[in-house]
Design a protein around this ligand. Structure first.
Ligand code: ADP
Ligand code: MG
Length: 249
């Protein structure tokens, strides 16, 4: 049965999407069968893996609303993983689902038939703590929190942990916090290291290693529809994600 990893942080720009694409590619390289799920209406993951959301007839939206089955919307990425894409329609999913019983479980229900076909299902959560993120957390076996190594990036982590706590209490008692993944890490600055130490102390969370270095190579990858594992295969950034992926196994 697949392990389901939710990559969540309600702050934008902390490398959630980059982490999902890169870990997905790295786990594929390791021979794992991987499904990625784009739960962000901005569809950055979908776009960065080479699919134009505007060309797609159906997406995670139809799956969550129950008007399509998951295998009908899955697309194959060149790097290996399968993808449940997002379109901007997802922006209305929370309102549409608001009155439904068991709405936290729509993703879990949709994934159930396909989960045995994968080793890993990685969910790219949107930058909110709304229903889509709750649905992602309610489905997950593990949650990974990417965190930018800057002082202000700490704000909001407490709120995220409160949400995770509520999800554990109400919908998904088995959810494990895998830990924080330090991203956009500039190891030349003392500041970044101090920030890291404070995180593990104040929240009692494990910090995954290695930290993902800050590199312009990450900005280049989405433009060609691949992750950094293809576009800069031997870079320090690709290498760091490979090590994190190996650590997950
Ligand atoms: P989120 O999904 O949390 O909003 P993204 O993965 O979209 O974050 O990343 C935000 C921006 O930061 C993107 O432009 C991405 O290319 C860039 N980025 C991600 N990781 C790194 C990194 N390690 N070094 C430099 N830029 C990065
Ligand atoms: Mg994102």
């Amino acid at each position: 049965m697949a392990r389901v990893l939710a990559v969540a942080n309600q702050k934008g720009g902390v490398a959630k999407t980059t982490t999902v694409a890169s870990l997905g590619a790295a786990l594929s390289e390791l021979g794992q069968r991987v499904l990625l799920v784009d739960l962000d209406p901005q569809a950055c993951l979908t776009f960065s893996l080479g699919f134009d959301p505007e060309d797609l007839d159906s997406s995670a939206y139809q799956v969550l609303l129950g008007s399509a089955r998951l295998p009908e919307v899955v697309v194959q990425c060149e790097e290996g993983p399968d993808l449940v894409p997002a379109t901007i329609q997802l922006a209305t999913a929370e309102v549409k689902l608001a009155g439904e019983t068991g709405r936290e479980h729509v993703l879990r229900t949709a994934l159930r038939p396909v989960a045995p076909a994968y080793d890993w299902i990685i969910v790219d959560c949107p930058p909110t703590l709304g229903l889509l993120t709750i649905a992602g957390l309610s489905t997950a076996t593990d949650v990974l929190i990417p965190l930018q190594c800057e002082t202000l990036a700490h704000r909001g982590v407490g709120q995220l942990l409160d949400t995770i706590h509520d999800v554990k209490r109400l919908t998904n008692p088995g959810l494990r916090v895998l830990g924080v993944l330090p991203t956009l890490y500039d190891g030349r600055t003392n500041h970044a290291r101090v920030v890291l130490d404070t995180i593990s102390e104040s929240y009692g969370l494990s910090v995954l290693a290695p930290a993902i270095p800050k590199s312009i190579r990450f900005a280049e990858a989405p433009a060609v529809g691949r992750s950094i594992l293809s576009t800069a295969s031997r870079s320090a950034g690709a290498d760091a994600y490979r090590k994190v992926a190996a650590g997950l196994l």
